[in-house]
Design a protein around this ligand. Structure first.
Ligand code: 4AD
Ligand code: MG
Length: 429
């Protein structure tokens, strides 16, 4: 069943015609002689009016804010109303009367997220979710258009990919199991038969760092490619981000405007080449902007905020010191203290949205790297096997989709980018 939407019926050819719309009462204003109801549906808002003495007036006067309704009436042009049109109500059907609605302007963040199930309905949250939808759609579009197979990995796993400190542990019958931090290790097995693969799935991290960019459950778009180098994967990441941002700019103008998003940097992201800087140059840039980092400092939310706040395109930070990255990163053959990796940092202070690079493809190096990271090679037997039977060079990356949405919409916290965010402090609603 197709319900007509406000944006589809608001045009001059419908003026004088009777139309029927469904939605929620975004606001209700009653006077002695008339009632103004702003109707809201997924596409927008429309002012509807009922005058006393008309047949629908009694029913219309029962409508409260956020009641769900169907209205039938004649469309009129009205320059004073939002969108330039008004509906003169002839008939009203009420699906559900709303009790006094708790959401008001000026609520604090905690109250808003405690009521996320209601706050969802607001035009701003709806706009973010529409952009989010375009982002997911565009990621699938990009990979499907570039010859990738979509394939899945398990969410229950036996070991860590990204370090033990953020593992969610659970009882798995008589064994310990964990929630997956990344599909990567499984991808490295699957890439040998399919060569170009991707997935879009939730990843889980028991994050102790409570920052504006960390969730405990986040959506992860990951890709792995046979025979690809770090440079190849960097080029692919840039094309993917350009594709996604270009689609948002062309499909979500209304939403970006409603969110008052300045679009200069988004346009640059589509049009200009991304920057590429080695780790040491990134540290120099941080220190030029007032930090005091050593050449082996890890970069967190605060450091990346400083590094990227003045940039107007994304930057690839490459070739980190080995000790800052997990075991699977391939050491640079000409400088074994550094690994062939890249983090893509979003501009405007947002920082890392992608982590990727070239994988260790040799058994002995992998065994040494596992031991150096304090891991037991016996727990990674199957992963080591991949290097035992016809190892190939390969590379991949993981994009934090929620972080990308946060940056595209220029939101102050990652929680705003997610329908029902999960953080150390929040599992309700
Ligand atoms: O840099 P990370 O940890 O890399 C990996 O997981 C690789 N195994 C991916 C791969 O090569 N297949 O995570 C990748 C991205 C980060 O750049 C970030 O955008 C996002 O995932 N991310 C998070 N997003 C929200 N909340 C968290 N706690 C996140 N942790 C990582
Ligand atoms: Mg990372």
């Amino acid at each position: 069943m197709d319900i007509p939407l406000i944006k589809d019926v608001l045009n001059s050819s419908n003026v004088g015609r009777e139309i029927t719309l469904r939605g929620f009462a975004n606001s209700v204003r009653s006077g002695k002689n008339n009632i103004f109801i702003i109707l809201r549906d997924p596409s927008g808002l429309l002012q509807c009016v009922s005058h006393s003495g008309e047949s629908a007036f009694r029913e219309a006067s029962e409508i409260t804010r956020e009641s769900s309704i169907e209205v039938k009436g004649i469309l009129k042009e009205d320059a004073r109303a939002i969108g330039g049109y008004e509906l003169a109500i002839d008939a009203v059907k009420i699906f559900g009367i709303a009790e006094p609605y708790p959401m008001k302007k000026g609520h604090k963040k905690v109250f808003l997220f405690d009521n996320r199930h209601l706050w969802m309905r607001s035009p701003k949250v709806t706009a973010v979710m529409k952009v989010r939808s375009t982002v997911f759609e565009s990621i699938h579009e990009f990979f499907n258009g570039n010859g990738f197979y979509e394939i899945q990995s398990p969410s229950f796993v036996g070991g860590s990919v990204e370090g033990g400190s953020t593992l969610f542990e659970l009882d798995y019958f008589d064994k310990k199991a964990y929630l997956s931090q990344s599909w990567q290790l499984y991808a490295e097995a699957m890439v040998n038969s399919l060569w170009k693969i991707y997935t879009v799935a939730p990843s889980f991290r028991a994050e102790k760092s409570k920052t504006w960019r960390h969730l405990t459950e986040f959506w992860h778009a990951e890709a792995e490619i046979a025979f690809a180098t770090n440079q190849d994967i960097i080029a692919l990441e840039e094309n993917m981000i350009k594709h996604v941002v270009k689609n948002v700019l062309s499909r979500n103008q209304d939403e970006l405007e409603l969110l008052k998003r300045d679009q200069t940097v988004l346009k640059n992201t589509v049009q200009k080449p991304f920057l590429r800087m080695g780790y040491e140059s990134i540290i120099d840039l941080a220190n030029k902007n007032g930090l005091n980092l050593a050449y082996d400092s890890d970069l967190g939310a605060d450091e990346e905020r400083v590094i990227t706040s003045k940039l107007d395109v994304p930057v690839f930070a490459t070739d980190f010191p080995k000790k800052l990255k997990p075991f699977y990163h391939k050491p640079n053959p000409s400088d074994s203290d550094h690994v062939l990796c890249n983090d893509l940092l979003a501009p405007e202070g947002y920082g890392e949205i992608i982590g990727g690079g070239q994988r260790v493809d040799d058994k002995e190096t992998l065994l040494n790297r596992l031991r150096e990271d304090g891991l037991n090679p016996n727990d990674y037997r199957w992963y080591v096997d991949i290097r035992r039977y016809g190892a190939i060079p390969h590379s991949g990356f993981g994009l934090g989709i929620d972080r990308l949405v946060m940056w595209i919409c220029k939101l102050p916290h990652i929680m705003y980018a997610v329908p029902f965010p999960r953080t150390p402090r929040r599992i309700y609603p």
